[in-house]
Design a protein. Structure first.
Length: 422
């Protein structure tokens, strides 16, 4: 079950992150042509951010049906939505072909992507956590978390292959579409994989005992608002630093530091490999030492590493940039490893899909949606990365403080069929 979640989320995050790479490398001139490259880049980043706006809606809608109908069906639907939108982007005519309709359709397809991934995370982590043996739920819950860096690695490897296989003109004309069209084959594979999995035993117990919540979102907001708000705030720092590395740094490295696209993509892959490995390490550690302790250490590292991170990046040395990325992604992993089990344990089974999804997606919006845009604007205004580092450090401290006040909802211990959650 954990391996199935890893493969499924890898495919979904591949779909999501090839958009980020394309937003940096090609979407500006293709869909937002103009004389000012900064304005064009900001417009492309804005469409990237639009996907985040749909994520909480997807989390709410799929969370509702995931709590009422089941986890498995929502995972299948989220994959079909995500993959279908990704393939459609690969077929979308550019601005030169259809004018203003091109960016409008691009935004609409990005919204569909965001809606799909919004419902993905809650279902994937719950299927892993709720199938896991006692004492190993943090580690098993980390498998869908590993899908995020795995998707990054896969997406960037595909982009590197395409960039180095065709001429720059061919890449701009049609080569950038190849990674998107490849998603068609991945959808088929992912659909078969998810169709074969069994429903969560926790949801099955809820259904068999007649405890299905008719209005899970209402119950969540009225009866569990404190853990919801704190879990959302605690989930801010990881996506903020993650998207600065994945999206902003690709643009910054190629335009400001004058490094090649391939060099920056390889550096991001290097950071993602560390990220993937450290998620498993941090989850295993959290099963032994406690989820909250490991998460707190990760958020502190985000705050402490902000200034050194940008100082190392600004040297322009690939080795030092890789070091900056490796430590940064390790900090993200220290939060991501225990996050699934920690957040799931905050909510009783009947509203767990809704609670987990909304908390994660709200944190992703606040932290990740606008981070590339904010960083681009701050650098354009000041010419330095100091304010970007201060912004990053502040978000790390926000997550740290929120987690300090976060305590498990006491109703979980009474109603949770998986009573190991603590």
């Amino acid at each position: 079950m954990a391996l199935s979640s890893l493969v499924g989320t890898t495919i979904e995050w591949y779909d999501y992150f090839i958009y980020g790479s394309a937003a940096v490398l090609v979407f500006g001139p293709q869909f937002f042509p103009g004389t000012d490259p900064i304005a064009s880049t900001l417009a492309a980043f804005a469409t990237f951010a639009v996907g985040f706006l749909a994520r909480p809606i997807g989390g709410i809608v799929m969370g509702h049906f995931g709590d009422r109908v089941g986890r498995k069906s929502m995972l299948i639907i989220s994959m079909l939505l995500m993959g279908g939108a990704t393939v459609a982007i690969g077929l979308l005519p550019n601005y030169a072909a259809i004018g203003v309709a091109a960016p409008v359709l691009l935004v609409l397809l990005r919204l569909v992507q965001g809606f799909g991934v919004g419902g993905e995370w809650g279902g994937a982590v719950l299927m892993s956590v709720e199938h896991a043996p006692q004492g190993r739920r943090t580690f098993f819950g980390s498998f869908p978390q590993m899908g995020l860096p795995a998707g990054i690695i896969f997406a960037n490897l595909i982009f590197i292959f395409v960039v180095n296989s065709v001429s720059p003109d061919a890449f701009a004309a049609w080569g950038w579409r190849v990674p998107f069209l490849l998603s068609a084959a991945l959808i088929v594979f992912g659909f078969i994989l998810r169709f074969k999995i069994t429903e969560s035993p926790t949801f099955t117990d809820v259904k068999n005992t007649g405890a299905v919540e008719k209005q899970p979102l209402k119950t969540l907001v009225t009866g569990h608002y404190r853990p919801l708000l704190l879990a959302s705030a605690a989930s801010v720092a990881a996506p903020a630093l993650g998207y600065l590395i994945l999206v902003y740094m690709l643009s910054y490295g190629t335009t400001v530091l004058k490094l090649s696209q391939s060099t920056m993509l390889w550096l991001i892959i290097g950071g993602a490999i560390v990220w993937l490995i450290m998620i498993g390490v941090s989850a295993h550690t959290a099963d032994r030492l406690g989820r909250k302790k490991v998460f707190l250490a990760g958020s502190l590292l985000v705050a402490a590493w902000a200034l050194p991170f940008f100082a190392l990046v600004d040297t322009g040395s690939p080795i030092l940039i890789l070091l900056a990325f490796a430590v940064g992604t390790s900090a993200i992993a220290m939060m991501a490893g225990p996050q699934a089990a920690l957040v799931a344990a905050l909510f009783p089974p009947a509203i767990r899909y809704s609670g987990s999804s909304v908390a994660y997606q709200v944190g992703s919006i606040i932290g990740g949606a606008f981070a590339p845009m904010i960083a681009t604007a701050l650098f354009a205004a000041t010419g330095t990365s100091v304010l970007i580092a201060a912004y990053m450090a502040a978000l790390g401290l926000l997550s740290f403080i929120a987690l300090l006040f976060l305590k498990e909802d006491t109703t979980v211990a009474r109603t949770n069929t998986l009573s190991e959650f603590a």
